[in-house]
Ligand binder design. Structure first.
Ligand SMILES: NC(=O)c1ccc[n+]([C@@H]2O[C@H](COP(=O)([O-])OP(=O)(O)OC[C@H]3O[C@@H](n4cnc5c(N)ncnc54)[C@H](O)[C@@H]3O)[C@@H](O)[C@H]2O)c1
Length: 196
């Protein structure tokens, strides 16, 4: 893994539903460039509409200034194909909660992103180790469990990784979450699964 981890600026998100759009909002608000992909192209448009309305409301309530809201919205771009996530340093998936779908997606992402890209799953209930098992480099896979609604009522994210996860990646992830002002709770996924 390399020193890119001191400056993660580009986040890919796959799945533009409830969780994906929430993650996009907090990441873009923190200054990250966000690329949003969904198997359903209409979902990306709907997510951008949602983000526009959300930022409008925040401006109307005086929570943020318009130039900041406009800049945040401009940082979220729609990806037409998975391949458009090629330059991302971290990609988090927030797709349907199905092991086969998540495995297939992360495996396909490995063919797209660079060798140092961290892949993360926002799964609610699936084993990170099982999701990562299909990857050529499972050590790059972590779990980010954002709570719903993302970042507002719950400014925390559970970061799940198993014993094989590279510690430098944990450091990198902590830097990202420091930037987006959510508190990472680092946990070993195998221990969590024991508790569940
Ligand atoms: N909603 C919650 O309260 C919540 C909380 C924490 C974690 N999660 C987890 O987050 C993930 C997403 O949940 P959500 O509520 O946002 O779901 P959602 O149904 O609102 O959105 C999922 C999106 O993923 C897209 N999608 C499905 N399969 C795809 C694929 N193979 N490639 C690309 N896009 C695909 C769908 O078109 C849809 O737009 C799930 O794993 C869920 O368990 C959800």
């Amino acid at each position: 893994m390399n020193s890119d981890f001191d400056s993660i600026r580009t986040l890919g998100i796959v799945g533009a539903g409830a969780m994906g759009r929430g993650i996009a909002q907090i990441a873009a608000s923190a200054g990250l460039d966000v690329r949003l992909f969904d198997a359903d192209a209409k979902a990306v448009g709907a997510a951008r509409d949602y983000l526009r309305e959300t930022f409008e409301k925040l401006v109307a309530k005086g929570k943020i200034e318009r130039p900041i809201a406009d800049a945040a919205l401009a940082r979220v771009s729609g990806a037409e194909a998975l391949a458009d996530l090629a330059g991302c340093q971290v990609v988090v998936e927030a797709i349907v909660e199905r092991l086969d779908a998540k495995r297939e997606l992360l495996r396909a992402l490995e063919d797209v992103v660079g060798p140092h890209c961290i892949l993360a799953s926002n799964t609610s209930s699936l084993s990170i180790t099982s999701i990562a098992a299909a990857c050529a480099f499972p050590r790059r896979v972590a779990g980010f469990h954002f709570f719903n609604p993302v970042g507002r009522k719950f400014p925390h994210v559970r970061v799940l990784h198993d014993h094989a996860f590279v510690w430098r990646q944990v450091h990198a992830i902590n830097l990202v979450f420091r930037d987006i002002a959510v508190k990472p709770l680092n946990l070993r996924s195998d221990l969590i699964q024991c508790l569940q």
